[in-house]
Design a protein around this ligand. Structure first.
Ligand code: PRE
Length: 307
């Protein structure tokens, strides 16, 4: 098959590159391919130019990364194979010799996470949105701006001076990243898995509550819910759900089938091991053994052997 290629939200020196290096065995003839935007990284997988893509999905301070949610919901389906969670502390890099930066560039998520620090340390500076933290470092290197708020690793890639490090308004901020591929074989269940899906709930009383009830009735813990407009009618939403468990487990599969019946559109976005390795808390009545026993009992009833 040749070299195994993984696209990531780049350029070189983003937090996403750091996450990719955790999720992909880079010793193993793997090639990492930086892409300028999240949609480009996802489309490279769809086009078969790379086998995997690593993209940021949510930050503990700034919330969801809309480009990732929309990029997974639209277009040819992709599924997550793994996740990584990275602590996010920023470095501020300047052009060598610049002691009083007047312009500071970064990804909007990054600027939002250092807003207080910037207000105190560089109150006069103009803030400029860049497509990623590393794109901001490139722009500073090229003389467009004075400083960039970056991942620590960016200092290794670009000839810039370290103005400040360990910058973070919220001390233990974290970002979660997904490694996605075209649908194929699923990662095996580990007992500590997460399943991601996107579902469009009907615009009528109780439809979201019904959807969540399907999870609750099967003892499934919802670990995240996010909504994005479907981009069709105003007021029509797609819900992104993360739940504890693997699609191979009966309670999860059963809930998934129920959502399929209820929702106009359901998309499976992957079952993969949780980065925190936290085992799913399965209620006593919702284990695979409970489902198997109930199915056997029902089959016997239907055969007329039991009542
Ligand atoms: O620009 C980067 O370095 C990224 O990897 C993106 C991203 C994000 O989308 O939230 C990742 C982590 C930080 O929260 C800031 C930016």
């Amino acid at each position: 098959m040749g070299v195994f290629r993984t696209a990531y939200f780049g350029p070189q020196g983003t937090f996403t590159e750091q996450a990719t290096r955790i999720l992909v065995d880079t010793d193993d003839a793997a090639e990492l391919v930086p892409m300028d935007t999240v949609p480009q990284a996802l489309d490279a997988v769809r086009a078969g130019a790379v086998q995997r893509a690593c993209v940021p999905v949510e930050n503990s301070v700034e919330g969801a990364v809309p480009a990732t949610l929309d990029g997974l919901a639209d277009g040819q389906p992709l599924v997550a194979l793994a996740e990584a969670v990275l602590p996010v502390r920023f470095s501020v890099l300047t052009r060598p010799g610049c002691t009083k930066p007047r312009t500071v560039a970064s990804h909007p998520h990054a600027l939002a996470q250092v807003r207080e620090w910037l207000a105190t340390e560089l109150p006069e500076a103009e803030l400029i949105a860049a497509s990623s933290t590393a794109a901001a470092a490139v722009a500073v290197r090229d003389g467009q701006y004075d400083a960039a708020v970056t991942a620590p690793v960016a200092a290794e890639h670009y000839p810039l001076s370290l103005f400040a490090e360990n910058v973070a308004d919220v001390a233990d901020a974290r970002t979660r990243f997904l490694l996605v591929s075209q649908p194929g074989e699923l990662p095996a269940p580990t007992g500590a898995d997460r399943t991601s899906l996107a579902a469009v709930a009907a615009d009528r009383v109780g439809s979201l509550a019904e959807l969540l009830n399907e999870l609750m009735l099967r003892g499934i813990n919802l670990t995240r819910i996010e909504s994005r407009p479907t981009k069709g009618r105003l007021g029509e939403y797609r819900f992104f759900l993360d739940i504890a468990g693997h699609i191979a487990e009966q309670r999860v599969g059963d809930a998934f089938a129920a959502l399929r019946r209820r929702c106009a559109d359901v998309r499976f976005l992957g079952s993969y091991p949780r980065a925190d390795r936290l085992p799913a808390d399965v209620p006593e009545t919702a284990s695979d053994a409970d489902f198997d026993a109930a199915a056997e009992w029902l089959a016997a009833v239907r055969r007329g052997e039991l009542a």
